[in-house]
Ligand binder design. Sequence first.
Ligand code: ADP
Length: 477
Amino acid sequence: MKVLMVASEVEPFAKTGGLGDVLAALPKALAKTNVDVRVIMPLYRRIKEKYQNEIHHLGHIFVDLNWRHQYCGIFEYKANHVTYYFIDNEFYYGSDHLYDQMDLERFCFLSVSAFEILPFLQFTPDILHIHDWHTGVMAALFDDKYQHLSFYQNIKIVYTIHNLQYQGKFEVGHVRDMLPLSDKYYYGDPYIVNFMAMGIRYAHRVTTVSPSYMQEIQTPMFGEGLDDLLKEKKDHLIGILNGVDYDIYNPENDPLIFYKYNFESYKGIKKKNKEALLKLLNLPVKPEVPLIGMIGRLATQKGIDLVLSIMDQLCTNNMMFVLLGNGDLNFENALMYFQQKYPTRFKAILKFDNTLAHQIYAGSDLFLMPSQFEPCGLAQMICLKYGTIPIVHEVGGLKDTIHSYDEFTHKGNGFSFAGYNAHNFMYTIQRALQLYYNKNEFHRIIDNAMHCDYSWNSSALKYKKIYNELTKKSKEK
Ligand code: ADP
């Protein structure tokens, strides 16, 4: 089985969110099951600088995007039995940012180049697995052109929706100028082309990153305007929960946290992580006071508005709260305001900081994730491994992974609330804070949490099953 993945971000090379985490872990997990996995991504400038001694230059080709004839350098790096190829072009990927104003051009170039370099590499995959809007157009390019060329004709395409909110919508004129697609691919809206919709329409199988999200996006409330298309394609849809890469996120051997621990030693050691974190953040070092953490993009999706609306009420409680995130400037300003108002209770760190993220996972007692919608969510699953108890809105992947603690059966690995409103959210936080002081009960929840297994093993096998079904079909033809 030969699988080629193409994506805009892959850890440890480049990441802004969960997509990067998935592309780090899924190929590795598949490789362990004897799949030949290769991954293509852009050679962003910061990767080039950081990995300059490890990635090596294989050669170059020229790629045509209508009237453009562009240099396409090909670099290679191998690790964990996965081969990574990087597409180099200074004009497209020379900026400091993963995403910018030129996204249409940059990801069209990635999509066409990913097909064009395959003859150079002498590699024909059985499965082309593409991710999110950035590579969605590859499904249409395949349908229009590449499936008719013998080198590519047996390939089957799997398209994974990581977040339906970001669809890659562009003006028809601009897309026509970039891509040699036939007229029939410009249907529906006469002015806008939607790359996410192309992925859904032309892939052989479409996956979402949790079973609940798969159901939700077929409704107008969560469908982001594509619910009709998704309903039409529902026989091609399947929801597979993301996993966590426990090679990276495991308090037992995490080099980024202050003190390592596991489910036997957490009772003494987790508190030491909390003390060290409080000291680092210049908060009062009071380990007996519950510490709430939150990490995520400052986007409406993540429920920041709900957090802001309860800040005054929350900060009257005996607790401390640390939030790590960056994004929307309005949210950043509002968080700074509350930090000044409650300097001994609340700290906002408005940047992307991987080390601090690990330290917050290890040092916090509770963790907020009140997302409006959540395709899967990794942070809540990472928390479980670190014995940090998530408080989540019952939606998407949060609903599939966090089960509210029941004091009578002693089952459950977190706290959850239904109905996206500040009252329900605050009520659930109060409930968690109360239980925090009942040490026996709270340790039971931590035990339940730390024993959850959200590793990639079973999810990788589900993807492999889809790959097998598709390749079997193409061989039967
Ligand atoms: P999404 O993909 O929607 O951003 P997820 O919960 O699936 O959300 O994944 C977010 C990932 O990015 C997690 O690994 C989280 O720890 C990390 N992350 C998010 N914001 C930051 C930040 N400001 N600093 C460090 N890591 C972050």
